[in-house]
Design a protein around this ligand. Structure first.
Ligand code: AHG
Ligand code: MN
Ligand code: MN
Ligand code: MN
Length: 323
């Protein structure tokens, strides 16, 4: 089985990008091991701080962030980084030409109940003259990403990766910490019968989303003419992984709980990298009004409305927003 470094080499991945990906995986092996030890390593529970978005940080949010941050800071090609758990960007190496944006631990409400979590990353190209301590340095649209992916820490630890030439999956061998190629060119089925949305927010959605989900719930007796099943893991990595594996639609749409926030998920380290994976696998990723990757970013922590997954299902959802 081909290891990640040899796969990247065989596919002519630019050496700086390959180095960043290999470095990120060193961090993810470390995070995976910490998760395996769980309570034994004293890593569960809260850290006692809030991040810039007002979320209580779990110990493991902070630990994972520090692991990735230390790794990236030591890499000469990394100019700077932005993380969910860092209020401001962190400038790294003067001569680096790449920026890394990441969600060190996605689904952190799952940690204490021993359910799947993940790490999401997005890599952008920059120039040496940019000041990577300034948020503006990172505000490129998702279409500019040179690579994106996630590591899922579930029953096994899996990497889903794109460098703009399809999506490929790798499984971590726990004995060696190597990521080994499992599937090349993962494709999402165009049609499915599975949707994922947090139904408890229903009353806060726009009428268009209310109508669409009401029709999903009507199943074969409604206008969509087929019966749907629902899943919600509360970790975007797990939802997107399910979709990349067997199709489906995942939504965290705009809601009016807080009109200043256009959704819950963050554009730069959740929406964009997941959209690149979904589109590279033949799916579609939209805000409900425009492709997520075409949103012009204005803030490294900005939120975005998300509708992504199997292309035909996403198109049906979007058709409700055009009516
Ligand atoms: P994070 O743990 O990185 O803050 O992200 C959590 C996100 C995302 O992974 C998931 O889809 C969503 O929050 C779950 O939200 P609910 O609590 O509304 O289920
Ligand atoms: Mn969080
Ligand atoms: Mn997240
Ligand atoms: Mn997170």
């Amino acid at each position: 089985m081909q290891s990640l470094p040899s796969f990247l080499q065989a596919h002519n991945t630019p050496s700086d990008i390959a180095a960043i990906l290999n470095g990120l995986m060193t961090s993810c092996v470390d995070i995976s091991n910490k998760l395996q030890q769980g309570a034994l390593a004293g890593i569960l529970g809260c850290a006692g701080e809030e991040n810039i978005q007002g979320e209580t940080q779990k110990k493991l949010d902070v630990i994972s962030n520090d692991i990735i941050k230390d790794q990236l800071a030591s890499m000469s090609m990394v100019k700077g980084m932005a993380s969910e758990e860092e209020d401001f960007p962190v400038a790294c190496n003067e001569n680096g030409e790449y920026l890394v944006l990441f969600d060190p631990l996605d689904g952190s409400s799952n940690i204490d109940v021993n359910v799947t979590v993940g790490t999401i990353f997005s890599i952008l190209k920059t120039t040496k003259d940019v000041d990577a301590s300034k948020p503006e340095a990172y505000l490129q649209a998702g279409t500019e990403q040179v690579s994106a992916g996630y590591v899922l820490y579930g029953p096994s630890t899996i990497l889903m990766l794109t460098t703009g030439q399809g999506v490929h999956s790798f499984a971590m061998d726990p004995a060696t910490g190597e990521f080994l190629l499992m599937r090349e060119n993962v494709q999402i089925p165009a049609q499915t019968q599975e949707f994922a949305i947090n139904m408890s927010n229903q009353r806060f959605w726009l009428p268009e989303m209310q109508n669409y989900v009401a029709d999903l719930l009507q199943g074969e007796e409604g206008p969509l003419g087929k019966r749907y099943n629902m899943r919600w893991v509360a970790a975007m990595v797990a939802e997107v992984h399910r979709i990349l594996t067997r199709g489906g639609i995942f939504m965290y749409p705009y809601d009016n709980r807080d009109p200043s926030k256009p959704g819950k998920l963050r554009l730069m380290y959740e929406g964009n990298p997941m959209s690149m994976l979904i589109e590279q696998a033949g799916g579609k990723a939209s805000t409900a009004h425009a492709p997520i990757m075409e949103v012009t970013p204005t803030d490294i922590h900005q939120r975005v409305s998300v509708v992504m997954g199997s292309i035909d299902e996403v198109d049906v959802a979007l058709s409700y927003h055009k009516k």
